[in-house]
Design a protein around this ligand. Structure first.
Ligand code: ASP
Ligand code: MG
Length: 286
């Protein structure tokens, strides 16, 4: 029996229909005989709305109160998805990051993970349950609720996959995988079946939003292969891993953004290309 961690991003759980569709996929994965641990983001633009709400009541927000507020977004999705799973006869239980022992440092809004305990997740799995975990959040060494930066539900998923020794970590999003260029800008962009972590890091540094930078760094450093795929089409996506490219693989992969200083590397046809894992790294500003 395989243990699969599935992470669903904001667009994948944006409304009740989407949450039901995700529940179907989780139920299917479970019925195929797998153990399933789910990590969820806040619904749609919920996090942006919470930030706007905070700005509308105060000029300066403390990190502590912002984290108390922002963590509610993911918590909402986790409870709703667990209910939708129960409707499908799947025994599911939701947890906050704190409840599953995602221990972070004390830097509110950009906390770093210091330890993942995961005991309650292991116990839930042992009871045949699907554990649904609110992403993006943890509890600090000072026992305060923390968040780990925008997009950090990906990090929750890879950190849990590593701590639990999962067989797969699937990152469900609104694109069908990682492309040679942004398909909205470059129509002839191709989906890549496999991407090396180092290339993915360069793409994230260049503005690709497919995976959050810190989750790619974590996954690379702990060797947790990430399978990026669509929660809309469910088709086979892109495997991001430490696997060395074979001699047959093209040495050019791709990036998703073309800022002015990348122009020198712009190839004919508008595609931004870059030699595979060149030593020169793009800045990590995004
Ligand atoms: N909801 C958080 C954000 O919008 C975390 C995430 O989606 O991964 O940044
Ligand atoms: Mg995201």
């Amino acid at each position: 029996m395989a243990l699969i961690v599935q992470k669903y991003g904001g667009t994948s759980v944006a409304d009740p229909d989407r949450i039901r569709a995700v529940a179907e996929n989780v139920a299917l994965t479970k019925r195929r005989g797998n153990d399933v641990v789910v990590v969820v983001s806040a619904m749609g633009k919920a996090t942006d709305h919470l930030i706007a709400l905070a700005n509308s009541v105060s000029k300066n927000q403390s990190g502590r109160e912002m984290d108390m507020l922002l963590t509610t977004g993911e918590r909402q999705t986790a409870a709703l998805l667990s209910m939708a799973l129960a409707d499908r006869g799947i025994d599911a239980v939701s947890y906050t990051g704190s409840q599953v022992g995602i221990i972070t440092d004390t830097a509110h809004r950009k906390a770093k993970i210091v330890e993942v305990k995961g005991d309650r997740v292991r116990a839930a799995i042992a009871e045949g349950k699907v554990a649904v975990i609110a992403g993006f959040q943890g509890v600090s060494t000072d026992k305060e609720i923390t968040t780990m930066g925008r997009g950090a539900s990906d990090l929750t998923a890879s950190a849990l996959a590593q701590a639990l020794g999962a067989d797969a970590c699937e990152i469900y999003t609104d694109v069908t995988g990682v492309f040679t260029a942004d398909p909205r800008i470059v129509p002839q962009a191709r989906k890549l079946a496999k991407v090396h972590f180092d290339e993915m890091l360069e793409m994230a540094g260049a503005g690709s939003k497919v995976l959050a930078m810190r989750s790619v760094e974590f996954a690379r450093n702990h060797d947790v292969p990430l399978h990026v795929r669509s929660a809309f089409t469910w088709e086979q996506g892109t495997l991001v891993s430490n696997e060395e490219p074979s001699v047959e693989d093209p040495i050019i992969s791709g990036v998703a953004a073309a800022r002015p200083h990348h122009r020198a590397r712009r190839a004919r046809g508008g595609e931004v290309v870059r030699p595979s894992r060149s030593p020169k790294r793009t800045s990590t500003s995004t």
